[in-house]
Write a protein that binds this ligand. Structure first.
Ligand SMILES: [Mg+2]
Length: 288
């Protein structure tokens, strides 16, 4: 036991991006309109091609996108992709959500709890880096492209898919947040900066199942959200809830006093109480 008790006083709110914070996938606001392709036809083509080649769907969409950029002789480098992110539309209340949650934690746990927001997306980092909410995240994990000496994207350099997303939960858990840090070495639970029980994972669908399951099985919280304008998307949430993948589901409406806001505040209250208990213990004579 170290002399100073390690204070696990951080809370992590962890978000998926596509269909969790935005009604459509990020490509549908950015690169696809630029190429004159609809999201519907692109994703159908990706699915057909992935079935035909038995390829990974993430690699397939990246390959098809790069091919279409080349075929149309479009200049879509890092700078252009970032600029296109201004077209992204969010669910109601997303842009105010982060600072409101931060204020809530500051008010209810002044000085002793830190709240951080993380984004884990299979989409493109180049696009997310240009979006208006980028500044809200302590860290963003997303797929990335490799660019040649002319600044032309040629190949993926970082690829994130459903199961790989879980790696980032361990990175947050162990405080090894940089991609070049190894997360495989054993770390005792009481030395991990963000215990899973202080994590809340918010996602929209089947692609979030590995992350939801990992979070929940380790004592954390998982929430599914659905598009409030698409009644069909509720059934996915119902399935996730029935299979006990999530604790709760709600409309992806991030405004004050909506169901999601109230539910997350309740979870924050529970985690804050837990951290407060840890503080009290550590403040006892002979323990600190
Ligand atoms: Mg999603």
């Amino acid at each position: 036991m170290p002399k100073e008790r390690f204070l696990q006083n951080s809370i992590a709110l962890i978000y998926d991006f596509d269909n969790t914070l935005t009604p459509l996938a990020m490509q549908e606001y950015t690169v696809l309109p630029e190429l004159g392709i609809t999201g519907d036809s692109f994703w159908k083509e990706v699915n057909r091609e992935a079935d035909k080649t038995k390829g990974d769907r993430m690699l397939t969409w990246m390959r098809l996108m790069l091919k279409k950029i080349a075929d149309k002789e479009k200049r879509l480098g890092r700078k252009e992709l970032r600029a296109l992110a201004k077209n992204i539309e969010y669910f109601a209340g997303v842009e105010e959500w982060f600072s409101r949650m931060n204020r809530y934690v500051r008010k209810h746990a002044p000085g002793y709890v830190r709240l951080h927001h993380y984004l884990i997306s299979a989409g493109l980092l180049e696009i997310v880096e240009g979006c208006t909410i980028k500044k809200e995240f302590k860290r963003i994990y997303a797929s990335e492209l490799h660019y040649d000496h002319n600044g032309v994207a040629t190949f993926p350099s970082v690829l994130i898919n459903d199961t790989m997303k879980t790696q980032f939960l361990f990175r947050i858990n162990k405080g090894k947040e940089q991609l070049d840090e190894s997360i495989n070495e054993h770390m005792p639970e009481n030395l991990r900066p963000v215990p899973f029980s202080h994590m809340v994972y918010i996602g929209d669908g089947m692609s979030d199942v590995p992350s939801m399951t990992l979070t929940k099985k380790n004592g954390g919280y998982a929430i599914a959200v659905h598009n409030p304008r698409d009644k069909g998307s509720i059934s996915i949430c119902e399935k996730l809830r029935a299979a006990n993948r999530v604790d709760y589901f709600a409309a992806a409406d991030y405004r004050k006093d909506k169901a999601l806001d109230r539910y997350v505040r309740n979870i924050l209250d529970v985690i804050i109480a837990d951290i407060k208990h840890l503080h009290d213990v550590s403040a006892m004579p002979g323990r600190a």
